[in-house]
Design a protein around this ligand. Structure first.
Ligand SMILES: NC(=O)c1ccc[n+]([C@@H]2O[C@H](COP(=O)([O-])OP(=O)(O)OC[C@H]3O[C@@H](n4cnc5c(N)ncnc54)[C@H](O)[C@@H]3O)[C@@H](O)[C@H]2O)c1
Length: 396
């Protein structure tokens, strides 16, 4: 009999990944107690698949929170609803809220989420799950032991817009370096079309450099690299990072089992492929230094990184000593770097942190016509995720 119940808000792709994360915790101490989604097909498919009885499926997430009083809440909606849902959940005082990345769409919302959780005594996690990969945990240990000396620069090069994919990598860079304080950010952003990602305007590409108080910099290259290889050598890392140290180099990236070994979504709609591609993912790490005589592969027994994240939430509730990797403070740090990059583009200067601007500077530039598009016509990058006739959940 599970000791705890979680309530999942928004039953799309990542809601399923959260559900599996709880189920993959050894001993399964947390049951999927209730779900909420505005779309009836999403509720039915998810509820049937994960065995959530009809009477615990809700169209209104506030009603669910009031009636179910869960121990944990998973906020799995698109970014624009993260703050609203987290603040509403916090007011019902669950033990821990796990909210998806990015934390919010701007810094004001991120701070409101922290305030709401603080005043209600609720712990907030921002679910950047990848640092929980077994090999990536080991990578941090090796860096702490000086396997490549002191970090000088962490380079990031994922495609996609910054709030979506490079947010993961900024989180990874800070995690690997043991959470240094970012002192300044300088950056540029390009938006030539009216592209939107999950309901908010986003950039086509961006470039940023963040200076940390440990003397290292983080180089952010968003959707910039045009070559994946030099000769037959893969140079683009994607989800991961390249850490250049005083005495060596480390590379981290991700892999997945072959399609037929990824767990199935059964009858659930899956416009972006099986959701368990996120649960069944693994991290890859290798490093070299002056004495390693070439690359050394880092090994560690695989676990579902999402389950590791859930376990930390359970440990916290049960009073075991834990410094949660996904603590919201770290999610806020990522939010601040991303917003500072956009602010630097807006102000055309280096931005010293703490960032004073609370709005999303990219959205502000778009609103004020300061980033005139060359090819007009708004479009939503993730429209394929939306059911029915709308092109965004926010218009559905
Ligand atoms: N950590 C990761 O690796 C990772 C991967 C994918 C997505 N994400 C994040 O997960 C979040 C969700 O993305 P997704 O791809 O799962 O989206 P999705 O489109 O698959 O699912 C969104 C769900 O929200 C529901 N919804 C919309 N409005 C609602 C409301 N008011 N109340 C309740 N439910 C509502 C929709 O019906 C839909 O089922 C995003 O913030 C994204 O950044 C993270």
């Amino acid at each position: 009999m599970p000791k705890y119940r979680t309530a999942i808000i928004a039953c799309g792709t990542i809601g399923r990944v959260h559900a599996r994360g709880w189920q993959d915790v050894p001993g399964q101490p947390v049951a999927i107690g209730a779900i909420a989604d505005t779309h009836s097909d999403a509720r039915r498919e998810f509820g049937d698949f994960f065995g959530v009885p009809e009477e615990h499926r809700y169209s209104d997430y506030r009603e669910m929170l009031d009636r179910e009083r869960p121990d944990f809440v998973d906020v799995c909606s698109w970014h624009r609803l993260h703050a609203e849902m987290t603040i509403a959940a916090a007011s019902r005082k669950p033990k821990v809220i796990l909210c998806q990345k990015p934390m919010a769409v701007d810094l004001a919302e991120a701070d409101q989420m922290l305030t709401a959780c603080e005043r209600n005594g609720v712990k907030l996690f921002i679910a950047f799950q990848r640092p929980h990969h077994a090999t990536w945990l080991k990578a941090r240990e090796l860096l702490r032991q000086g396997a490549i000396g002191k970090p000088i620069q962490v380079t990031l090069d994922d495609g996609g817009n910054i709030l979506n994919t490079n947010s993961h990598n900024i989180r990874l860079a800070l995690f690997l370096m043991d959470e240094p304080r970012v002192e300044w950010v300088m950056g540029a952003a390009e938006r030539t079309t009216e592209v939107m990602e999950r309901g908010i305007p986003c950039e086509d590409r961006c470039l940023g450099l963040a200076g940390c108080d440990n003397g290292a910099t983080i180089l952010i290259q968003g959707e910039l690299l045009t070559h994946n290889h030099v000769g037959d050598r893969r140079i683009r890392i994607g989800q991961g990072a390249r850490v250049i140290g005083t005495d060596g180099m480390m590379e981290l990236w991700t892999g997945r089992p072959p399609d037929d070994r990824i767990r199935s979504d059964g009858e659930m709609a899956q416009p972006e492929g099986p959701s368990a591609k996120y649960n069944d993912e693994f991290g890859v790490v290798r490093y070299l230094n002056g004495t390693s005589q070439g690359w050394v592969d880092v090994e560690a027994p695989w676990h579902d990184c999402w389950a590791h994240q859930c376990q930390e939430a359970i440990d916290l509730v049960e009073g075991r000593p834990v410094e949660p990797i996904s603590d919201a403070r770290h999610g806020r740090a990522v939010q601040e770097v991303m917003m500072a990059l956009f602010e630097s583009a807006r102000k055309r200067r280096r931005i010293d942190l703490p960032l004073k601007t609370k709005v999303n500077p990219l959205a502000l530039m778009v609103e004020r016509g300061e980033l005139p598009v060359e090819w007009p016509g708004a479009y939503e990058r993730r429209a394929r995720l939306v059911r029915g006739e709308a092109m965004s959940w926010h218009d559905a």
